[in-house]
Design a protein around this ligand. Structure first.
Ligand code: PEP
Length: 253
């Protein structure tokens, strides 16, 4: 375990009504409201952000969005800008593999979103990770390195502390097949961390949080989080129930 403060972030994806969101947050709060040593973030759908803000007011739970557009405003039907989100949340997930695979996001659009988020004062959680085919072809390091470099192109080192990276191998997301702790750590320590040091300098690169995501559960979380360069997790399925999400938060202690 490193000295970096761990983050456990829940990506609710397209789940929960406003009422269900309130109930889930109340349940999580009952379990984790005393915990200060872990940064706890929940990322509900856009329509639940206002309720999430109200429910978490004054608590140790922070709120994030799951996506945003890079333009500030205008004729972009159905889109939401960073400026619209800053009043509701502090974090925003950018470049999740589902957005890349299903909604045409590329490293280039991810990079535009990173810049727009930072400019608006949001903290991006940038997702990177290789597909099964890329993994089996031995391309993991090259693909992940490229995603980090292109996604962060032009980002000023003064912004490093506002950035979080999530390594999420696509084959591990929602499959029940998590990466091994050693395997995930090898990518985070030997591929992602060196690029962060190169881009932002030794000290800043070492201080940045790199999360692991992909089938994290209460059963495997502690072993994953014990690795040198796994600074917490981005949690999908297990973030939809208060008991499993809270157990994962506690595993990061
Ligand atoms: C995710 O959606 O980012 C994710 C990691 O999902 P899961 O935990 O369900 O694999």
């Amino acid at each position: 375990m490193s000295t970096r403060k761990p983050i456990v972030a829940g990506n609710w994806k397209m789940n929960k009504t406003i009422k269900e969101a309130r109930e889930l947050i109340q349940g999580i709060l009952r379990e984790v409201q005393q915990i200060d040593a872990v940064e706890i973030i929940i990322c509900p759908p856009y329509v639940c952000l206002e309720a999430a803000k109200q429910e978490t007011e004054g608590s140790n739970i922070k709120v994030g969005a799951q996506n945003m557009h890079w333009e500030a405003k205008g004729a972009f039907t159905g889109e939401i800008s960073a400026g619209m989100l800053v009043d509701l949340c502090q974090y925003v997930i950018i470049g999740h593999s589902e957005r890349r695979a299903m909604f045409g996001e590329t490293n280039e659009t991810v990079n535009k979103k990173i810049h727009a988020a930072l400019q608006a004062g949001l903290k991006p959680i940038m997702c990177v990770g290789e597909t099964l085919e890329e993994n089996q072809a031995g391309k993991t390091a090259a693909v992940v390195e490229g995603m980090v470099r292109e996604g962060l192109k032009g980002v000023d080192p003064t912004e490093a502390e506002n950035l979080v990276i999530a390594y999420e191998p696509v084959w591990a997301i929602g499959t029940g097949l998590a990466a091994t702790p050693e395997g995930a750590n090898a990518v985070q320590r030997d591929v992602i961390r060196p690029v962060l040091r190169e881009l932002f300098g030794e000290e800043k690169g070492n201080a940045m949080r790199i999360l692991y995501g992909g089938s994290v559960t209460p059963a495997n979380a502690a072993e994953l989080f014990a690795q040198s360069d796994i600074d917490g997790g981005l949690i999908g399925g297990a973030s939809l129930k208060s008991d499993s999400f809270s157990a994962i938060v506690k595993a990061a202690l």
